[in-house]
Design a protein around this ligand. Structure first.
Ligand SMILES: Nc1nc2c(ncn2[C@@H]2O[C@H](COP(=O)(O)OP(=O)(O)OP(=O)(O)O)[C@@H](O)[C@H]2O)c(=O)[nH]1
Ligand SMILES: [Mg+2]
Length: 460
């Protein structure tokens, strides 16, 4: 248990109906009691899980600062497992800052980002995977992303990891039963038992690693850059996908000069779609900078959408542009199919695409956009047909821990197969067990814990 009492504004700073100041720690109730006066009677926080109406007063001036509702939740049934008081103020920057100031003056310390959740973890209310999911719930951008985060918060992933760890421990016990005779090899029957159960375990872990790719896409989304020559319809495509007139569209080449970025939900996947300046050689300084930015966007993108213009056909420029994409996942979109005559030569197009998927679209009329979304989803999920509500792993840290566990487990299996001494095999199995423990936090360093919670927002 932590000895000091922390406080922070837990709601976003801005205008709102209410704003909440959260206080947690052994002195939470007494500190709140010094600034809060209930309408009727006294307030000593004796009763837990109550909500009391009254005012916050500045004891130096005797002035009322805000009209509030104060909730008092005593340990252990609270978010942090410590005493927690929440002051529901009016949601304005000035009243919230003033009330926080008074609370800090009475002896609370300003909470660091994620410190409430870190205490919830340290006090055993949540394991690490659950604590991490809280920030995923807050930041989820689609309902599918939210589903995965909430399932992790409920403990579905933790339950699975605990089950894997238990099975691993069973295998380790079989190996360690022989450790008193280090010079002897495992009996054949024991050895083959260990191999069978380890390989089953390995198969499951590897399946989780593969599925995590999709989970990570749902959680983090992907960056898709729209690129192409000037005037091919890149901004029109952005607008069509967003279903709003976000970017300026004109028939003048070089209309878009800066990068425009928006998030759109494509079948549950948050797609960060980026419109860029048309790629071409130019002496105009502003356009030059725009072209440089486009190149940076290609670098950063997970997926590149190359737009061609069916009305004017292919040119050397298109071939130069596609070269700049390199090995990135990419899609060729032939735009303006609504114009009657396309002058694109199929052979040239095939040569340009070089095996990349090619789709014919009209950004202006919305033709082919459904198919485009379907192909994008297929590409980013790596062809996996996974329902988001069955996905357990959606976090790169968890994926890496699973990979590490798989790696040690593979070593252990090959150790048994090559008749290595039992203590060597046991070391690998224990390392695999520890790698799994990194996910739920039973085997993590303080340093890692600090790093994880620093990413949280203030007041959570
Ligand atoms: N017929 C037809 N015209 C289109 C289509 N998409 C875009 N256009 C027209 O093509 C012109 C250029 O469109 P933009 O979306 O501004 O093209 P851009 O690639 O963003 O151009 P820059 O920003 O200058 O690089 C406009 O006149 C659009 O109306 C389409 O699907 N069909
Ligand atoms: Mg444009």
């Amino acid at each position: 248990m932590c000895e000091d009492t922390i406080a922070a504004i837990s709601t976003p700073l801005g205008e709102g109906g209410i704003g909440i100041i959260k206080i947690s720690g052994p002195e939470a109730v007494s500190i709140a009691g010094k600034v809060f006066k209930p309408k009727r009677g006294g307030w000593d926080g004796e009763k837990s899980h109550t909500l009391v109406y009254g005012h916050i007063y500045d004891s130096h001036t005797g002035q009322a600062v805000d009209e509030v509702l104060v909730s008092c939740m005593k340990a252990p049934y609270t978010y942090t497992r410590e005493d927690v008081v929440e002051i529901n103020c009016h949601g304005g920057i000035v009243p919230l800052r003033k009330v926080l100031e008074l609370v800090l003056a009475e002896g609370a310390r300003m909470a660091e980002p994620g410190e409430f959740s870190k205490r919830a973890f340290l006090n055993g209310r949540l394991d690490l995977a659950q604590a991490e999911s809280i920030i995923d719930v807050i930041r989820s951008k689609t309902e599918d992303g939210l589903k995965i985060a909430v399932s992790q918060l409920k403990g579905d992933l933790s339950l699975k990891i605990d089950e894997l760890k238990k099975r691993l421990l069973g295998i380790l016990a079989q190996v360690e039963a022989n450790i008193d005779f280090p010079d002897e090899n495992l009996e054949e029957a024991t050895g083959s038992n260990i191999i069978i159960s380890s390989e089953e375990l390995l198969k499951e872990i590897k399946k989780m690693v593969i599925e995590s790719e999709a989970g990570i896409v749902y959680r983090e989304g992907i960056r898709a850059a729209i690129i192409g020559k000037p005037n091919v319809g890149k901004s029109s495509l952005l607008n069509a996908v967003l279903k709003q007139k976000r970017a300026i569209v004109t028939d003048i080449p070089g209309t878009t000069r800066d990068v425009i970025e928006e998030i759109v939900n494509i079948r549950g996947i948050p797609l960060r779609i980026i419109d860029t300046a048309g790629l071409h050689k130019t002496d105009d300084l502003v356009e030059k900078i725009g072209v440089e930015r486009t190149k940076e966007m290609i670098e950063q993108a997970d997926l590149v959408l190359l737009v061609l213009d069916a009305a004017i056909g292919l040119s050397d420029q298109d071939f130069e542009i596609i070269d700049s994409i390199g090995e990135k996942k990419s899609l060729v979109l032939v735009n303006k199919v609504d114009v009657k005559k396309s002058i694109i030569n199929q052979g040239d197009l095939d040569r340009l695409a070089g095996g990349r998927p090619v789709l014919w679209i009209s950004a202006e009329q919305g033709t082919g956009l459904d198919k485009m979304e379907e192909v994008i989803v297929e590409m980013v999920l790596g062809g996996q047909i996974v329902r988001s509500d069955t996905l357990l792993v959606a976090n790169i840290r968890h994926k890496q821990a699973l990979e590490k566990a798989a790696c040690y487990l593979e070593e252990a299996v090959s150790g048994v197969k090559s008749m290595f001494p039992v203590d060597i095999v046991a070391i690998d199995l224990r390392a695999a067990w520890e790698a799994l423990g990194e996910i739920t936090g039973s085997t993590v360093t303080e340093d890692l814990i600090d790093r994880i919670f620093k990413d949280f927002c203030i007041g959570k």
